[in-house]
Design a protein around this ligand. Structure first.
Ligand SMILES: O=C(O)[C@H]1O[C@H](OP(=O)(O)OP(=O)(O)OC[C@H]2O[C@@H](n3ccc(=O)[nH]c3=O)[C@H](O)[C@@H]2O)[C@H](O)[C@@H](O)[C@H]1O
Length: 391
């Protein structure tokens, strides 16, 4: 369900040295061969993977230990600790949210495999699911459309299926996207605006997710909150995003393309720093009401929410580049070019008043400050200085 991360993986792996890579690939291949020849023949592939990776009792013990709240740390609102299943915890937003929950003392499990989801719910009565696993990226959807359908639609349905069948049902908080506003020209974007003109397949799958959420809420009484993230950036970010590969290319002296809209209109984004997004995610968990259904049956109306999580301060991409140039002390080789027809939109700007009123969401990091933290992390990370970690 984590989707196809080809561009991400390619960029990350190019930093590995080849002999090391070959060594680990050999170990991995040997492990696969071992598992293949030693698995009992009557197990399905999913069950076989499960059985070979975890022996039942020790696996359950690990899941229980990981999801158990730490009693010494205090919960944020005095309601007691939560057990939160975080999907996509290997991804950008997911890893930050999971670590912050863990740090404040909540129990966190992590998985994005459907068979394991059911097994996990047998073992742990999750109070919440933070569903962040997805195929992200606006432009990559043109190259690999199936991956978006697989992760953002089929994957979402499989998460809702396991949640609706659980007893008790957890409350679900999941990642939608600012891209659902598509060709909407009313700014700033408000949750009340129409979102029926997606400009990319990515946006269309996120919009479909919001409609699917409505159906599960309506039929099964699942409490569901969708978060429309606005161009999230920061340390441990996605290498396929512009701020990340601009940094890499500026340092390498490679040219970068800066898109512009029709009539030389500048392209701008409501760039939002990861720590602000994490606060919005945790506030959504903390304010989520319980689902009303039980074991697949609705008992009454349940909470259904959608929030914009943005910075409410759009910045032109050309300004993003000039901040990076200063922080990196290097001039970029800029090529300004018309925005290709690739699913991009010219402008995003979040109206965050609903999130502010109901979640007390208030972003505090502007692009200058956020990029400074990102660049510090980037230089440290890629200089090989990984001893100093970033949490
Ligand atoms: O808010 C979202 O819902 C989405 O945010 C992010 O999409 P975007 O806002 O498109 O971010 P990103 O690709 O970094 O491009 C940033 C800017 O650089 C411009 N851009 C891009 C490439 C380039 O070569 N030149 C350029 O000018 C480009 O035109 C754009 O204006 C997430 O990737 C997506 O997964 C989703 O979460």
């Amino acid at each position: 369900m984590a989707g196809d991360w080809s561009p991400f993986i390619q960029r990350r792996w190019s930093f590995f040295q080849t002999p090391r890579l070959i060594f680990w690939m050999s170990i991995f291949a040997a492990l696969l061969l071992f598992l293949f020849f030693h698995s009992p023949p009557d197990l399905s592939p999913d069950r076989r993977a499960l059985a070979s990776s975890w022996d039942g009792h020790s696996w359950e013990r690990r899941v229980l230990a990981s999801s158990r709240p730490l009693s010494k740390l205090s919960a944020s609102d005095g309601r007691g600790h939560l057990s939160v299943l975080v999907t996509g915890a290997a991804g950008f937003v997911g890893c930050h949210v999971a670590l912050t929950l863990k740090r404040r003392g909540d129990g966190v499990g992590d998985i994005n495999d459907a068979a394991l989801l059911y097994k996990l719910f047998d073992v742990v009565a999750f109070t919440h699911v933070m569903h962040l696993a997805a195929q992200a990226g606006v432009r990559y959807a043109m190259h690999n459309p199936g991956s978006y359908v697989h992760s953002n639609i089929a994957g979402l349905v499989s998460v809702f299926e396991v949640c609706k069948a659980a007893n008790p049902q957890p409350a679900v908080v999941w990642a939608s996207s600012s891209s659902v506003y598509g060709l909407n020209s009313k700014i700033p974007f408000s949750e009340k605006d129409q979102t029926d003109k997606p400009a990319s397949l990515y946006a269309a799958t996120k919009k479909a997710g919001e409609e699917i959420a409505h159906a599960y809420n309506h039929i099964y009484g699942l409490s569901i909150t969708g978060l429309r993230f606005f161009t999230v950036y920061g340390p441990w970010g996605r290498p396929d995003m512009a701020y990340f590969f601009f940094t890499k290319d500026i340092l390498k002296g490679k040219p970068i393309s800066i898109f512009e809209g029709p009539h030389h209109q500048s392209v701008a984004r409501d760039f939002t720093y990861i720590d602000d997004i994490v606060k919005g995610c945790l506030a959504s968990i903390d304010t989520a009401q319980q689902s009303t259904g039980s074991g697949g049956k609705k008992m009454g109306p349940a909470q259904l929410r959608v929030y914009n999580l943005g910075n409410t301060s759009p910045v032109p991409v050309s300004k993003l580049v000039s901040i990076l140039e200063k922080l990196l002390k290097t001039k970029a080789k800029k090529h300004v070019q018309p925005m290709p027809r690739n699913g991009d939109v010219v402008y995003t700007h979040a109206n965050i008043s609903r999130a502010n009123q109901e979640l007390h969401y208030k972003p505090t990091t502007d692009l200058q400050a956020g990029l400074k933290k990102f660049v510090r992390w980037y230089l440290d990370y890629y200089s090989g200085n990984r001893k100093r970690l970033y949490w």
